[in-house]
Ligand binder design. Structure first.
Ligand SMILES: [Zn+2]
Length: 123
């Protein structure tokens, strides 16, 4: 299962950045070239987070469109998917410049939220 290895990679990176703090939300950017099935990724993420500081965390996925530059007419555009063809002239000779992303953009930690909540309650 392709999504399982992606989910595992997200959990590894997020857990390392969180430094052991409980995580409530993870925001990731995933390029459409990765061909991730959102429901399969959500399921795999739940499996991978079990017993980690990310247990129960929400996964927010931002899909990054495929961007390419045509080698024949130099047009730059967004592609819907395979086959990767230039939207302007139909050439299959394109350089992909975007769409292979797999990045953990941000984390929301329980502790940070609780701290700010207490501070605002006191004032
Ligand atoms: Zn073209």
């Amino acid at each position: 299962m392709h999504e399982l290895s992606i989910a595992q990679a997200i959990v590894d990176v997020a857990a390392r950045h969180a430094g052991g703090s409980p995580v409530v939300r993870v925001h990731v950017r995933i390029g459409r070239l990765r061909q991730v099935v959102p429901s399969a990724l959500a399921f795999a993420f739940e499996l991978c987070t079990h017993g980690t500081p990310l247990d129960g965390a929400a996964l927010e996925v931002e899909a990054v469109p495929i961007g390419a530059v045509c080698r024949d007419c130099a047009a730059e555009g967004e592609l819907d998917g395979f086959p990767l063809a230039c939207p302007a002239c139909g050439s299959l000779s394109v350089d992909v410049v975007r769409g292979e992303e797999l990045q953990v953009e941000s984390l929301e930690l329980t502790e940070a939220l609780m701290t700010s909540g207490r501070v605002s309650d006191e004032h």
